[in-house]
Design a protein around this ligand. Structure first.
Ligand code: UD1
Length: 460
């Protein structure tokens, strides 16, 4: 039973429910998901009321990765016809990306966890409308549009709460391939009569820049060699999908990726890689609540360091082919962390590491190396009674034996999830505001938490 979830069982609310109860639960959750899209689009604020003191126990299965599906949807622009994506997460960013693609001329159907993108023979090169500005991942259309249309005008997303996120490496990569780029009227503009393969070295293994260079280079003339490329599992997933569309990419998942340009790509059907950040969130939730949670739908090697850190903190971690189990019996021990590009500790799990360190025995130092202002979350943890000091890109946490509930505000997706985890171990009732951030990345979060024994309610 524990290992079943690591093969292919319900994606939320396991415990003892049978198949029909599962279906009813899934349908209810999907109705809520559609209502939530509506609520967010009309701008109604919701909050989560989290009762502290529960121990998470049971099994949960993660869906496809947010940080992959949005790029795969953008990559569907590269080929005329219908591309089908399976295992898509039911999160708000997916319908947002649908709006972006529809604005470019595609038709997009979302049916539960299946997304079909019908790409016409010619797509618009201008993505400078409101939907694009609403979320960062929309910039993933830059590479495909430059490759297919010889021009791309993509609105820049607004400021992000985790620090400055320039596009200089995206632009210089496209320039190496022969495009001219500049920023104009709040949009990044790229133009190229034709793209030609080149040798490109990134200053930092940026995920987004690697993706835009890949999706442009697949249709360039000749060979591109990308050095210091990002190695995240989501990059490998994108390359797998591009190769199944007829691209010639080698070395995905290593620092040097070689792309031999082809004339044309064809549509494909692809299953999105499991979400390692959501899986990691469950792992840390289990450890924080001294629980016992089995997580399926994820290759444990995608979370190797995060799980190793949990072992150092005292958790018992068992791994399966497509999942893992985390059990924590006593108080966690303090552990130091450094966020780094994959295979390092993911910056997106930094709030969860802070949450665990906040209640650990001893002092932990957490160093953020990827984003400059990702410690805004710490202010909210201080409100919950954490003993933390921020110094530049380090935060020192002296573990306290309990947190104390209050109202807190999510500033981004992962910080929001981190606050919910903190609420689970705070005494009393924690109210997490601005949960639209969490809905952008965590499918059926409240339903899944409650199926594991938590008491969390979504209220308006
Ligand atoms: C992606 C993920 C995000 C994750 C991050 C790092 C998506 C939608 N988001 O973001 O959840 O936290 O990877 O794993 O997939 N940088 C530049 N110039 C550039 C590009 C990036 O200076 O042209 C800097 C950024 O400001 C940041 C660092 O490089 O400090 C890493 O950014 P990057 O890897 O590009 O992250 P994203 O693709 O934006």
């Amino acid at each position: 039973m524990l290992e079943d979830v690591c093969k292919g069982s319900p994606s939320y609310g396991e415990s003892s429910c049978g198949e029909s109860a599962y279906r009813r639960g899934r349908d209810r959750a999907r109705r809520r998901y559609r209502r939530r899209i509506f609520i967010t689009l009309v701008g109604v604020k919701e909050r989560f009321v989290v009762q502290g003191g529960t121990r998470l126990q049971g099994s949960v299965r993660v869906a496809g990765a947010k940080n992959s599906v949005l790029k795969l949807m953008a990559a569907a622009l590269l080929a005329e016809g219908t591309t089908t994506l399976n295992n898509c997460p039911e999160i708000l960013d997916v319908p947002l990306m649908r709006k972006v693609l529809e604005g470019l001329g595609c038709e997009v159907d979302i049916e539960g966890t299946v997304v079909r993108i019908h790409t016409p023979a010619s797509v618009s090169s201008r993505a400078d409308f409101d939907a694009v500005r609403q979320f960062r991942a929309s910039v993933a259309v830059l590479g495909p549009l430059t490759a297919r249309c010889g021009e791309a005008v993509v609105a820049l997303p607004g400021g992000d709460a985790i620090g400055s996120r320039p596009l200089d490496m995206h632009q210089s990569g496209l320039e190496k391939l022969g495009a001219r780029t500049h920023i104009e009227h709040g949009a990044v503009v790229a133009r190229a009569e034709r793209l030609t393969g080149a040798k490109i070295g990134l200053d930092f293994p940026s995920v987004g820049a690697t993706e835009n260079i890949l999706t442009a280079a697949v249709l360039a003339e000749g060979r591109t060699v990308l050095e210091n490329a990002a190695r995240e599992p989501e990059i490998v997933d994108l390359c797998d999908m591009l190769n199944s569309m007829g691209a010639q990419i080698q070395g995905a998942g290593t620092s040097t990726v070689t792309i031999d340009g082809v004339d044309k790509l064809h549509p494909t059907e692809h299953t999105v890689v499991g979400d390692r950040i959501v899986a990691g969130t469950w792992a840390y939730a289990a450890a924080m609540t001294r629980g016992d949670v089995t997580v399926g739908g994820i290759a444990p090697r995608h979370l190797h360091l995060a799980l190793a850190k949990l072992k150092n903190a005292g958790a018992n971690v068992e791994t399966f082919e497509q999942g893992f189990r985390v059990r924590m019996d006593g108080r966690p021990q303090a552990v130091d962390y450094q966020t780094l590009p994959f295979p390092g500790f993911p910056t997106d799990l930094q709030p969860m590491a802070i949450g665990l360190a906040a209640i650990a025995e001893g002092t932990s130092v957490i160093t953020e190396n990827v984003f400059e202002s990702r410690f805004r979350f710490v202010d909210e943890m201080l409100r919950l009674g954490a003993d933390a000091t921020v110094d530049g890109h380090h935060v020192m946490l002296r573990g306290v034996d309990h947190l104390s509930s209050t109202d807190v505000w999510s500033s981004d997706i992962r910080a929001g999830a981190g606050l919910v985890l903190a609420g689970l171990v705070a005494d009393g009732e924690t109210v997490v505001h601005d949960v639209e951030h969490i809905d952008r990345g965590y499918p059926h979060f409240v339903e899944q938490l409650n199926a594991l024994g938590a008491h969390v309610e979504r209220v308006r």
